[in-house]
Design a binder for this molecule. Structure first.
Ligand code: ZN
Length: 309
């Protein structure tokens, strides 16, 4: 791959790039000749067998009980937060003193936070990328992490276990979500593609998420934007986050790289093929409890039992 092609690939990475868009083979959109149906023309992997998003049918999932997911640094206030319109979505990047990371659950490694971004639709009846029993939610949050052992996001894209994306669905409620107000109020300052803004109030990541994160679906899939790399362990949480209709509507006012309103940026669902979707019903604490002190206690009880016989 020559430097020009490599540059193009890096530029077009899922919701990451903030470089200029050229009217060439790296450009993608959600309508007409730039739409998802035509992505495979320039990005072959977009026609692969392990693509995302998918429809998750609850009656077909395999029920499992993984160890608890560990969230590192999620309660800490970032030092700085930057909101960027990258022409395809709006993303939030955080500067933190300690690295933000996740491990445990279905993950075999430690994954470091890269950025989070959103997908939404024309109106409140559509917008999420994955669907549950063919139900689409008005918006979806993607928190993107790369496997620490691959050192950075770009390198992680070359490995099957390179990324994990934590996905959260939104539902519309009558009330504004006051935590999200900080993000929503800054959207008018990033209407233009490739514009960015600093948040004035710093939000610990955990405030953006629902309380109950014990139930989730997980499967192997891809980035939902070109180059559609099949390197993602998806973790889709069952409990939704609530936003008001007015808050969701603000996202639709952003402009894409063609200067059009970014009314929708959700890829249609792709075939599941022979993949299995797992559903974590409850966390398995047995592995977490098996600490040194628990082992000593069990040994003491065993010895005491022997002594009474
Ligand atoms: Zn995404």
């Amino acid at each position: 791959m020559n430097n020009q092609r490599l540059g193009l690939l890096v530029f077009s990475l899922a919701c990451i790039s903030s470089g200029r868009v050229f009217a060439d083979e790296g450009h993608f959109g959600y309508d007409g000749s730039l739409g998802p149906k035509f992505w495979p023309k320039n990005f072959q992997t977009c026609a692969g067998k392990y693509q995302s998003p998918i429809d998750i049918e609850e009656h077909l999932v395999t029920r499992v009980s993984y160890p608890p997911i560990r969230y590192h640094g999620f309660a800490d206030k970032p030092v700085g937060s930057t909101l960027t319109n990258n022409g395809h979505t709006v993303m939030l990047q955080l500067n933190t003193e300690e690295p933000l990371a996740v491990s445990g659950g279905p993950l075999k490694d430690h994954y470091l936070f890269q950025q989070l971004h959103f997908h939404w639709g024309h109106n409140d009846s559509v917008g999420s990328e994955d669907t549950i029993n063919n139900h689409s939610f008005p918006m979806e949050l993607h928190m993107v992490f790369f496997n620490q052992k691959y050192h950075n996001f770009t390198n992680a894209l070359n490995h099957e276990d390179g990324l994990t994306v934590m996905a959260f669905f939104y539902e519309v409620s009558a009330e504004d979500n006051f935590v999200y107000a900080e993000i929503v109020e800054h959207l008018p300052t990033v209407v233009l593609p490739h514009s960015e803004a600093k948040l004035s109030r710093q939000l610990p990541l955990e405030l953006l998420l629902p309380n109950d994160k014990s139930q989730y679906y997980t499967y192997h899939g891809s980035l939902t934007t070109p180059p559609c790399s099949e390197v993602v362990t998806w973790i889709d949480f069952k409990e939704s986050i609530l936003l008001s209709h007015e808050q969701v509507e603000e996202f639709r006012s952003l402009q894409d790289t063609d200067g059009d309103a970014m009314t929708h940026n959700n890829r249609p669902v792709q075939p599941l093929g022979n993949r299995v979707v797992y559903f974590n019903e409850r966390e398995d604490y047995s592995s977490a409890v098996c600490s040194k002190s628990a082992l000593i206690l069990i040994s003491a009880l065993f010895i005491a039992l022997l002594a009474t016989n």
